[in-house]
Design a binder for this molecule. Structure first.
Ligand SMILES: Cc1cc2nc3c(=O)[nH]c(=O)nc-3n(C[C@H](O)[C@H](O)[C@H](O)COP(=O)(O)OP(=O)(O)OC[C@H]3O[C@@H](n4cnc5c(N)ncnc54)[C@H](O)[C@@H]3O)c2cc1C
Length: 394
């Protein structure tokens, strides 16, 4: 390998988080190489809405706007949600958030993962400061003084001052760097599908807690709703095996018929759910972002929002450090990034975990508490603002 050929940053994984980080850094003048095994599946307007959607918080939309990709995403297909309503099957009380109360146009946007990835990928391809290595896979990595080397599966080598693992929850790079994780298997799967409903979704993200399960209805721009029904493994297998009629009858009842009768419009898919937190984010000339650092329960719809906050913060810290003429990927800068993001991510992950545990339990004292908790948060202004601010990424 040519010793002089050393990139500023190598990003392994071009999912939503890795691609957003790569663009942020390249636009700030860093020389970036991105390694990805496969390009994202293409997004086409004539295709049905993809089954994987995310609720993007305002902080994530701000980042995509700054990267000049939001306009193309929003004009292609996205749905704002202006209200959020949370209630419980076992107790009275509800929690409601309205964008108008916060003086904003929407609480966020529901967008297909595939569309976000497609828009970011096109921007990566057009960016002069980015070298895309795709298809390519990393076989090994080692730190080497002020740089880190990646050995690819084809035996070629890439050197960079900093390597960032953005290769998802099962991150191979994290394992190669010797970083352990703390895991909790929820023993649940999220069943997802798009459904038509008798009544309009009112641009509301709905969430109902059920004994041992959570059910979300997220609004889509064509009037349908995208459901995320997190249930124990065996229940997921049973729901997946039902015919459309029986599935929709159970789904409508589980949702308390808030939007009336439900009709299937797509096949169903399911994703295993777990909590996974990296014990540390740093190794020499190495760090983690996105799901490679933290996998959280989807009940709060925050996974990629946390990851995009990692990307913003890492870009900010590296830039500040470079502008101050320090070693931009040195220990001090990376420790600052880790300190800020690991605590926020761990706090969020444990909060979602606690909510999941309380609402997964049907023990009576907890069941009584849950309705009261929702009502208290709904009525106590400062507490409600705290929740709203956190969800918005403020
Ligand atoms: C049912 C469900 C609903 C969800 N809903 C929401 C929501 O509403 N809001 C929200 O914020 N989040 C949500 N999430 C979470 C969100 O989908 C994830 O947090 C997000 O996709 C993580 O993005 P990422 O870029 O970190 O990782 P990934 O999306 O996993 O991307 C990883 C990238 O790395 C690449 N890669 C993999 N292995 C390697 C390798 N060895 N070398 C190089 N590259 C590699 C992959 O090809 C991919 O491009 C949900 C998750 C689930 C399961």
């Amino acid at each position: 390998m040519n010793r002089r050929l050393c990139h500023d940053v190598a990003i392994v994984g071009a999912g939503m988080v890795g691609a957003a980080l790569a663009l942020s850094l390249a636009r700030a003048g860093f020389d970036v190489v991105v390694i990805e095994p496969r390009p994202p599946a293409p997004w086409r307007a004539e295709d049905d809405v993809d089954l994987r959607v995310v609720a993007l918080a305002p902080s994530s939309i701000d980042l995509l706007e700054r990267l000049d990709v939001w306009t193309s995403i929003a004009s292609a297909r996205s749905c704002p949600y202006r209200h959020m309503q949370v209630w419980d099957a076992l107790a009275p009380g509800q929690l409601r958030f309205d964008a108008a109360d916060q003086g904003i146009a929407s609480l966020g946007q529901i967008v297909e993962n595939r569309l976000i990835q497609h828009a970011l990928w096109r921007a990566l391809e057009a960016e002069p400061h980015i070298t895309l290595r795709c298809p390519a896979q990393v076989a090994a990595t080692e730190a080497d003084g002020d740089r880190r080397t990646l050995v690819l599966a084809d035996d070629s080598r890439i050197a960079a001052r900093l390597v960032v693992a953005a290769d998802g929850g099962d991150s191979a790079l994290r394992q190669m760097a010797g970083i352990q994780t703390r895991d909790r298997d929820y023993g649940q799967r999220a069943v997802v599908a798009h459904v038509a409903t008798e009544r309009a979704h009112e641009n509301t993200a709905w969430q109902r807690f059920l004994p041992g399960a959570t059910l979300a209805f997220l609004p889509l721009s064509d009037g349908r709703s995208s459901i995320v029904w997190s249930v124990p493994e065996a229940e997921a297998s049973r729901l997946l095996a039902l015919g459309d009629g029986a599935f929709c009858a159970e789904l409508g009842a589980a949702f308390d018929f808030r939007l009336g009768v439900v009709q299937a419009t797509t096949a169903r898919a399911a994703f295993a759910l777990r909590l996974r937190l990296a014990e540390r984010y740093l190794a020499p000339r190495f760090t983690l972002v996105g799901d490679a650092a933290h996998v959280v329960h989807p009940l709060a719809g925050q996974g990629v929002n946390l990851g995009l906050r990692d990307a913003s913060e890492l870009a900010r810290v590296l830039l500040e450090s470079r502008d101050a003429k320090r070693d931009f990927a040195g220990d001090a800068a990376l420790r600052q990034f880790e300190r800020r993001r690991r605590s926020d991510n761990a706090l969020s992950a444990h909060a979602f975990d606690a909510i999941q545990r309380v609402f997964a339990s049907d023990a009576m004292p907890l069941a009584a508490l849950r309705g009261a908790a929702l009502s208290i948060v709904d009525r106590v202004g400062p507490l409600k603002r705290l929740f709203a601010d956190h969800a918005a990424g403020r």
